[in-house]
Design a protein around this ligand. Structure first.
Ligand SMILES: O=C(O)CCC(=O)C(=O)O
Length: 377
């Protein structure tokens, strides 16, 4: 355990790092509202900036009323979480959310821990992040990821098919895009886990036609905003470098405070786009601010179809890919029902195949445990 002096020195170093990182972030030309051309395509300068930096902040995507619906349903989910990894009940003594699912949708961590970094964690996150010392009143374990959020929240499902975000996705991946996976990332104040520096992709690094977009991207909707202390940090441009030796980068920096990294600083309702090949991570949330991201990602179909994923050691056949893409159809219809005045996104693969989706109670049954069909590469 660190001494009081060591802990104070680390806190000061982090505070300086957060302040300087925010200045670097504000100097990058990679933020603004979604802008579309007269033809409904994403403004080219947004795409160019995203491709240059590997991430972009789309501002004010969700208005207050839609955001309030997403937050209310997220808070409903939190209210029904099991009280510990083995518990069957929530904090009110009711049957917990997720009972009966074939695989728990919850990922747990010790408060302020880094469950994925270092030896014994994920291979792609080889160096442990700085871990914090939680207050005595914190529980032993906290949920930091809820997988499959679209089955727990209609508001999240509707957000998934936001026409502006779908236009961004089409601009990045082309018309023929398919889902990757989705989840709420929860960084509770004084408890939220760290994510050690990593690049998300694991499958295509040695592909003969490798390119910076080959392993997809994520949207990260910010429910409560994000700060340098609780947000995700990116090394701009690192998505173009291929597989990075993270041990070497951290050792050259003399620790986890990478000198070129910048945080995403967002208001509630902003959405970050993040290339999955960019070097990124986040610090344990020792701040007093909650950050919740609703993450969902997309791939080009050709990046997953017929591909043996090194993430889950499975070949993704056409049936699996099409089944997972049904979520796009259901989300578009759910959104159409809630916002009838909005022009819904036209998802070309479903239109071309004559597939029509209706969001109703039968569909709700259809998507049960849909996250088991995620397309992790
Ligand atoms: O939201 C975070 O803190 C980190 C998320 C992340 O690194 C990821 O989804 O790959």
């Amino acid at each position: 355990m660190a001494t009081v002096n060591e802990r104070q020195a680390q806190d000061t170093a982090l505070e300086n790092y957060f302040r300087e990182g925010e200045v670097r972030a504000r100097n990058l030309a990679n933020r603004g509202p979604i802008r579309l051309t007269a033809q409904g395509k994403l403004a080219p300068e947004i795409l160019d900036s995203y491709k240059e930096h590997g991430f972009y902040i789309l501002e004010h995507v969700f208005d207050d009323s839609e955001l309030a619906e997403i937050k209310a349903e997220f808070e409903g989910i939190v209210d029904r979480l099991p009280t510990s990894p083995d518990s069957l009940i929530d904090k009110h003594g009711r049957p917990a959310l997720g009972l009966g699912l074939p695989q728990s949708p919850f990922r747990w961590s010790k408060p302020l821990g880094d469950p994925m970094g270092g030896a014994g964690g994920l291979k792609r996150a080889p160096v442990k992040m700085i871990e914090g010392e939680p207050a005595a009143e914190q529980p032993q374990q906290v949920v930091f990821i809820v997988r499959g959020p679209l089955q727990f929240s209609d508001a999240a499902l509707r957000a998934y098919a936001h026409p502006g975000l779908m236009a961004v996705c089409e601009a990045i991946n082309g018309d023929d895009f398919v889902p990757f996976s989705d989840g709420f990332v929860i960084k509770q104040p004084g408890a939220g886990a760290a994510f050690a520096w990593h690049q998300d992709g694991v499958t295509h690094w040695d592909h003969p036609e490798w390119d910076p977009e080959m392993q997809g991207f994520n949207f990260m909707i910010q429910l409560y905003g994000s700060t340098p202390a609780n947000g995700v940090w990116f090394v701009p441009g690192s998505h173009k470098l291929g597989k990075i030796d993270i041990h070497e980068v951290v050792s050259a920096a003399g620790g986890n405070l990478l000198p070129d990294a910048v945080p995403f600083v967002c208001n509630p309702g902003d959405v970050a786009i993040s290339n999955r090949q960019i070097l990124h991570g986040s610090f344990a949330n020792t701040s007093s601010d909650l950050r919740v991201s609703l993450n969902f990602g997309f791939h080009r179909r050709k990046s997953v179809l017929g591909v043996r994923s090194k993430s889950v050691e499975e070949v993704f056949d056409a049936e699996r890919v099409c089944k997972r893409a049904e979520m796009i159809g259901y989300a578009i219809d759910a959104r159409r029902q809630r916002f009838p005045a909005e022009v819904p996104f036209a998802y070309k693969p479903h239109i071309q195949n004559g597939e029509v989706y209706h969001w109703n109670e039968a569909a709700r049954g259809e998507i049960n445990a849909y996250y088991l069909r995620d397309l992790n590469i």
